[in-house]
Structures are given as C-alpha cells and as structure tokens.
Design a protein around this ligand. Structure first.
Ligand SMILES: [Zn+2]
Length: 143
C-alpha cells in the first residue's frame, strides 16, 4: 500500500486492483446509503433553519428588536440555504454518477478516485491530483 507517500501522490490505484463486480456492487450500496444519509441531514438542516426563521419573524413582530441583527440573521440563513441547495445538487449528481457507473472515476483525467477519498468526500468528482491542481489554479486566480 502507498500510505507512506506524500498526500497528492496517493491515487489509490491499489484499491482498484482487487475490485470485482461483487465488491463494486457492495460499494455501490454503501455509497448510495452514504449519499442518502447526507441528503437527509441537509433536509433536516433546512427544516431547522426554516423553523428558526419563523421564530425570528415572530420575535420581530412581538418586540421591536434590532433591525440590523435580524437582517444579518436572514442573510445568513439565505446563504446557508444556497449552500445546501448546491450540496443537494452535488448529491443528486453523485447518485446519478453512481447509477451510471461513472462515480468511481475522475471527471477530469479518468483515474480511479479511490474508496478512501470517496468516503471522506462522497460528492467529489475529481481524483486527489486533479482536485489539488484545480485548487492551486483557483488560488492563483484570486491573487
Ligand atoms: Zn483526475
């Protein structure tokens, strides 16, 4: 195994070697479950945010609390929901990739992504090397 190499060198081809169709079927079931759970978590989060929103509105009606802090709260929950929407999209995409068999392969270079990386980031579409390349590009674009 290549666990001792530097992060970024670890492509985890190794865990592809022994993958039979049966193993892959098991993994598909495992990752489907992981993605479903992620989706449930987000739904629960959204529900909680919505309940909190209603509380804010009621408080606003009841006593005239500081407007600035209400606005800040609302833009925060708005941002949260946008983030959650994006995450939900990613989960849907991943589920589709899973059904189509593309889930295990890097969108950019076609390399095996690896179960370990996918367990840590179930919605990723990139292998670690392409991901790091992209992050480096994004960082240099900001500067
Ligand atoms: Zn790649």
């Amino acid at each position: 195994m290549t666990t001792e190499s530097l992060p970024g060198d670890v492509r985890e081809e190794a865990d592809f070697e022994g993958v039979t169709e049966e193993v892959l079927d098991e993994r598909i079931a495992e990752f489907r479950q992981i993605l479903f759970e992620e989706r449930t978590k987000i739904f629960q989060n959204v529900k909680r945010t919505l309940t909190e929103d209603m509380t804010i509105d009621l408080e606003e009606l009841a006593d005239d609390i500081d407007r600035a802090s209400v606005d800040q709260n609302q833009s925060l929950t708005f941002r949260l929901r946008r983030r959650e929407r994006m995450l939900l999209d990613k989960i849907e995409q991943s589920l589709q990739r899973l059904e189509e068999g593309d889930y295990w392969w890097c969108d950019e270079c076609g390399a095996w992504i690896g179960f370990k990386r996918l367990r840590a980031r179930p919605v990723t579409t990139l292998c670690i090397i392409c991901k790091e390349k992209r992050e480096r590009k994004e960082r240099s674009a900001i500067r």
